[in-house]
Write a protein that binds this ligand. Structure first.
Ligand code: NI
Length: 145
């Protein structure tokens, strides 16, 4: 553990404390750690340094839309190596929201997520990528030894 001392002008320090209050951080250190992790994660995802990630893909769709439900399910089965889990909720007579948890090679996950988001009838599609050390599930790692 290293201790860093940083200097901020009053205006920036006040704005930072306000952000900490709004977001409910316990203290400045936890807020700085979070900001740094996000920045480093985005850098690694942007430069391609993060080869593996877990991701949370979420979207809304109309289940009356022709074939869309089964098309989305087919896409997940076609990438069963990436799609770890899916949660589905019916949010109105027409609309469903789904979240898919993915794990694997960053480029494959980006391509899969973009494909789902671009499907006709899929709305509010978003994907959050979280860089990880490697894509191998713990069980496989254990078997390998
Ligand atoms: Ni539904």
């Amino acid at each position: 553990m290293q201790r860093l001392t940083i200097s901020l002008d009053d205006e920036l320090a006040d704005a930072f404390d306000e952000l900490i209050r709004q977001r409910g951080y316990a203290n400045r250190s936890e807020a700085v750690r979070d900001l740094l992790r996000r920045e480093l994660g985005e850098r690694d995802l942007g430069t391609g340094a993060a080869k593996h990630c877990v991701a949370v893909l979420s979207y809304v769709f109309d289940h009356h839309e022709r074939q869309l439900s089964s098309r989305l399910t087919d896409m997940q089965h076609d990438h069963h190596d990436l799609a770890i889990a899916t949660m589905h909720a019916h949010i109105s007579h027409e609309d469903c929201v789904e979240t898919v948890i993915l794990r694997g090679a960053t480029e494959q996950i980006k391509a899969f997520a973009q494909g789902v988001i671009a499907e006709t009838g899929v709305r509010h599609g978003q994907v959050q990528l979280i860089p990880i050390e490697e894509a191998m599930p713990a069980a496989q790692k254990w078997r390998r030894r």
